[in-house]
Design a protein around this ligand. Structure first.
Ligand SMILES: Nc1ncnc2c1ncn2[C@@H]1O[C@H](COP(=O)(O)OP(=O)(O)OP(=O)(O)O)[C@@H](O)[C@H]1O
Length: 456
């Protein structure tokens, strides 16, 4: 049965809203943040309607925003529909920026409310199906990307669909999550693969040089311009232009870039002749572009141009089970490169890798693994070799006991499989279960059992 949680402190509205839904939806009502969180943990509703004005701040929105944050942290897949007053557009926009999926304005109109809620249920269902499909399809064929989590596999699936098109793509995600790697993959999986891939980091080049780097310049256009030079855009002709850290592009250049995206023509600095260029544009940023737009540092019209499709790359800590899988793969490849093959992680290292929050994501992991390869005294790499705290636990972010249990089970199985190169007999002995039981569990958690050839 579909679960809907209505968070509303007004008893009259509570009952009015409750009666809007058919028998197919089980409706639970909560009047404050604590009872809403308790219901969230117990029922795991697919959809929540959230009145922002909750006690102790019924006239404001602080408690509602705090609850929205809690819900999205604990159960990020939940579709939250924010309910606001008629004059409250600003809060609605802010809530959407924070991750709410929709908003609805009071007074309650039964038809509109059921429409909005049913649409959210449908979206939740489609996303669930998508994740299932991502689970089922075998890993990713994208070069250089190690991924086993449904979260990252879903990103890879989208990337594979988008790559053959010319759609301008924005890749967002924390630092070190693999945005540049994915940008290259977009190029390599496209019909432009044999043509150039030109990358430029907008944050690394001083503002006064960035324009000529991007657009090129004519001889004599400024002191020191002793010859004409093609810019990055021109040198990517026929291929892909990757604009990294686009969020840091100065305003003046944003206008020029927008013009290029609209007209597909460039003017070299100091030139009066426009040149036609055919490139596919991929941008990336670790910054929150919505916030940059709000603070006046990024043009909204440019944002819409560059984000025909957005790929939001999850942080490593948001990818269920990936931390250990990536760390294992790095230990293997870097161990070989650094002439210390055959290293394995000790149990405390594997636990620490899974519970650490990896703020620097894969880049931080590469650094820590390199260090550990140098530091390890034996073939077993310890948590201390990785400079990780073996007791580091992040239990506060767990939704409920079922989720904790399932995460622990899934991670332990993954760890066992990894440690014996996916040999099912060995892994089942290690876990103290029969092989059929292990197959049932790997099916249940959709863990691929063939990442490495098994010698069963
Ligand atoms: N899923 C992955 N599997 C294996 N290696 C990865 C993965 N993701 C990232 N890496 C590696 O991690 C390093 C950082 O990745 P990348 O430079 O693409 O991140 P980024 O998101 O562009 O970072 P920044 O925002 O700091 O520029 C690279 O060496 C990359 O090859």
């Amino acid at each position: 049965m579909k679960q809907l949680l209505i968070v509303e402190d007004d008893p009259g509205l509570q009952s009015q809203m409750r009666w809007c839904f058919s028998d197919e939806v089980e409706v639970t009502v909560a009047a404050d943040r604590d009872s809403a969180l308790a219901a969230l943990r117990r029922l795991e509703p697919e959809v929540v309607t959230l009145d922002l004005g909750l006690p102790p701040d019924p006239g404001g929105a602080s408690e509602g925003f705090a609850l929205l944050e809690d819900i999205l942290r604990l159960a990020p897949l939940t579709k939250v529909i924010v309910v606001t007053g008629r004059e409250d557009k600003e809060n609605a926009v802010k809530a959407i920026g924070m991750g709410a999926s929709d908003f609805y304005q009071k007074p309650v109109d039964a038809d509109i409310l059921t429409f909005v809620v049913n649409r959210a249920f449908r979206l939740a269902e489609l996303e669930r199906e998508n994740r299932e499909l991502a689970f089922q399809s075998a890993g990713t064929s994208i070069k250089g990307i190690v991924a086993a989590s449904p979260e990252m596999l879903a990103v890879c699936r989208t990337l594979e669909k988008v790559a053959p098109t010319d759609i301008t793509t924005l890749i967002t995600g924390e630092t070190g999550t693999g945005k540049e790697l994915l940008a290259k993959a977009l190029h390599e999986l496209s019909p432009r693969a044999s043509k150039p891939f030109a990358a430029i980091n907008c944050a690394a080049i001083p503002e006064n040089l960035l324009e000529s780097e991007l657009f090129g310049f004519e001889k004599g256009s400024f002191t020191g311009a002793t010859h004409s030079k093609k810019g990055k855009i021109e040198s990517a002709n026929g291929g892909t232009l990757f604009l990294d850290e686009i969020g840091d592009m100065p305003m003046a250049l944003q206008a020029k870039l927008l013009r290029f995206l609209q007209e597909r023509m460039i003017d070299r600095v100091g030139s009066v002749n426009a040149i036609a260029v055919d490139v596919r544009v991929v941008c990336a940023t670790h910054r929150n572009v919505r916030e940059l737009i709000e603070s006046g540092d990024f043009r909204e019209d440019l944002y819409y141009r560059i984000s025909e499709i957005t790929l939001d790359v999850p942080a490593v800590r948001e990818r269920n089970g990936d931390a250990l899988v990536i760390a294992q793969s790095l230990l293997k490849t870097l161990g070989k490169q650094m002439e210390r093959p055959n290293l394995t992680y000790s149990d405390d290292a594997a636990n620490a890798i899974q519970s650490y929050s990896w703020p620097g994501n894969v880049r931080e992991m590469i650094n820590k693994v390199k260090r550990a390869i140098i530091m390890a005294d034996s073939r077993r790499v310890s948590a201390a070799d990785l400079e990780l705290d073996p007791d580091n636990q992040s239990q506060g972010n767990q939704l409920n006991l079922r989720q904790v249990r399932e995460n622990a089970e899934r991670n332990t199985i993954l760890q066992a499989l990894q440690s014996c190169s996916f040999n099912m007999s060995q892994a089942s002995r290690l876990l103290g279960v029969t092989r059929p039981t292990l197959y049932n569990l790997t099916d249940k958690y959709r863990i691929q059992t063939s990442t490495e050839p098994s010698e069963d």
